[in-house]
Design a protein. Structure first.
Length: 345
């Protein structure tokens, strides 16, 4: 018995080492593979429906793949062109040494200091102007550096997109086979593997549904609001609001609130009032009202857990974390429910 046990131990050590090395090899492609799994899981029911009619996995996969590729590439191309065009304009405005920055902030400082309240508390205009100019130059330099980094990383993003699309084709066609293999190698018993997979897909669908619907509505309203009030780069700000909508509770208020306050300080009273009024009464209300309705009882997760898992996921995994964080939390809750049922038996 002794040699058999030693052989088993050696086998599992080799298996564990090979698995870790394989995962290490895949680590650079984690996010493309993750999104390929997510998208394939979402469209798997449609693939099965088409395949039942065509009775050809390859042709069914090609149809679904082309549909998804167009669904991804057309919006990405449009958004990419918009970001590139608007970034160039913002770059010219904010690049180090641009005179408009100092001029605009001198106007703001004058608006703050040239009033009776400022005289009563004796604000040092020179000191405030110097500090404000220093802060603005730092912000402008930060944006300038990141805009350059964004254009330099475009090739890397395209490579990851190509990897994601290539992987997606096989996940659509062979997704059920991969799932069955995973269930066979990691058996939890009593259908728990399938339950966890369904919980994974449910969380993904709910998170993306909420983000796309709420973010889209808020971004369109916010971008239109900025355009009406004459804020430069309104389309890019609207796009940023859509992206910021992934953070529950805070959302795109981090963009429209400072914009409204700056408009008021700069003397654009009705524009500032309009931005803040629509922001508080419409944009924020959309998040507070629609999010609980859209999520409903799908995920069955407390709002605090949704907030913390989303924010934590973004901090740990970057932008993809707004989906990964809730998935991890949802799977943990499902495993705890299984443990609770096991304890009752």
């Amino acid at each position: 018995m002794g040699p058999i046990k030693n052989d088993n131990v050696l086998f599992f050590v080799v298996l564990g080492a090979a698995t870790l090395l394989f995962l290490y090899l895949l680590q650079p492609f984690f996010f493309p593979i993750f999104w390929a799994i997510v998208i394939a899981g979402i469209f798997q029911p449609l693939y099965r429906r088409i395949n039942r009619r065509l009775q050809s996995p390859n042709w069914s996969t090609v149809i679904i793949f082309l549909f998804i590729a167009l669904l991804i590439l057309i919006p990405l191309g449009t958004v990419g062109k918009l970001v590139f065009t608007e970034s160039l304009q913002i770059y010219e405005t904010l690049k180090p040494g641009a005179r408009d920055i100092d001029t605009n902030f001198q106007r703001i400082i004058s608006a703050i200091t040239d009033n009776p309240l400022a005289d009563s508390i004796q604000i040092d205009k020179v000191f405030l102007s110097e500090k404000a100019a220093e802060i603005v130059r730092s912000i402008a330099n930060y944006i300038f550096v990141n805009l350059k980094a964004l254009t330099q990383n475009t090739l890397g993003l395209l490579v990851k997109l190509a990897i994601m699309l290539y992987t997606l084709f096989f996940f659509i066609r062979d997704g059920d086979k991969f799932l069955q293999s995973a269930i066979r190698f990691f058996p939890l018993g009593m259908g728990r593997e399938r339950l966890l997979y369904e919980r994974f897909l449910l969380t993904v669908r709910s998170t993306l549904k909420v983000t796309l619907i709420i973010g889209g509505i808020q971004g369109i309203i916010g971008g239109s609001l900025f355009f009406i009030t004459g804020i430069e780069g309104a389309p890019i700000w609207g796009l940023l609001m859509i992206l910021m909508a992934v953070v529950p509770g805070v959302g795109c208020s981090i963009i429209w609130a400072p914009a409204g306050i700056l408009m008021l300080i700069n003397g654009y009273i009705w524009e500032g009032v309009l931005i803040l009024g629509v922001g508080f009464l419409v944009i924020s209300t959309i998040d507070n009202v629609l999010r609980p309705i859209l999520i409903g009882k799908d995920v069955a997760m407390h709002p605090l857990l949704i907030f913390l898992s989303t924010l934590g996921g973004i901090f740990v995994f970057g932008f993809s974390g707004f989906v990964i964080g809730p998935i991890i939390t949802s799977l943990l809750l499902a495993i705890l429910d299984m443990y609770d049922e096991f304890q009752k038996k």
